[in-house]
Design a protein around this ligand. Structure first.
Ligand code: ADE
Length: 226
């Protein structure tokens, strides 16, 4: 799978995408993540990428031309399945959408910034808008990192234990059961006996019960989702 990300703050994305599982997935050629600076495509003096809004006050708006040039240039090399704009107005990102996007081959993500982007970008250049939640970030970079992280860990081979992505919270609209590791007793706080019993069938039953109980108690809304 390939991601291209268009941003005016590439540094914000380098660190989150170059550690641990996401770094290893790139080294194993499971995913190719390319970060591009929109400024490199600006035709304006001083590599300008934003300007004052027409008939508006306040913050700067990302201009269409550098973005158009960047996308057009990348499209000469790659046919994108989706061109995503990260914005609080978008459809809500969740595990179901992550699963769906993990089946695509090439995804371009345009990170929003400041007061937004010239609306013609949203009307003509992108295929969907995605929000990571009902709150406003300073820009779309952290949202892009969240989306990429969540998708990459689903790709075959990204996680060593093949089963572990499938047993995540949310995969069956259920929260994951609790996990424990050594020592079996700490401060007189004990790991549940069942997990030390070696009885695989009973352990699986216990995990499912725990998942259902935790979901009912903590996220009952998930049980009504299809
Ligand atoms: N940009 C600013 N806030 C955002 C959000 N909640 N999701 C995606 N992109 C954003």
């Amino acid at each position: 799978m390939r991601f291209d990300v268009l941003t005016i703050l590439p540094e914000l994305l380098h660190s989150p995408l170059n550690h641990s599982i996401i770094k290893r997935a790139q080294e194993r050629n499971i995913v190719d993540i390319n970060i591009h600076n929109i400024r490199d495509y600006s035709p304006y003096k001083h590599r300008q990428v934003d300007d004052y809004p027409y008939a508006g006050k306040g913050g700067m708006v990302l201009m269409i031309e550098p973005i158009y040039r960047a996308i057009s240039h990348l499209q000469t090399k790659v046919a994108y399945d989706e061109i995503i704009y990260t914005s609080p107005d978008g459809e809500r990102f969740n595990q179901k959408l992550a699963n769906e996007l993990s089946l695509k081959k090439n995804i371009l993500i345009l990170c929003g910034h400041y007061k937004g982007v010239d609306h013609r970008v949203r009307e003509h250049l992108i295929t969907r808008e995605i929000s990571i939640g009902d709150y406003v970030l300073t820009g779309g970079e952290l949202a892009a990192a969240v989306i990429i992280d969540c998708i990459v860990r689903l790709l075959p081979g990204a996680i060593n234990d093949e089963m572990s992505a499938l047993s995540d919270s949310f995969q069956d609209n259920l929260l994951a059961p609790p996990v424990y590791t050594r020592p079996a007793i700490f401060n007189n706080w004990k790991v549940p006996d069942i997990l030390l019993s070696g009885n695989e069938k009973e352990i699986e039953r216990w995990k499912l019960e725990q998942s259902i109980e935790r979901t009912k108690r903590l996220r009952p809304d998930l049980l009504n989702e299809s």
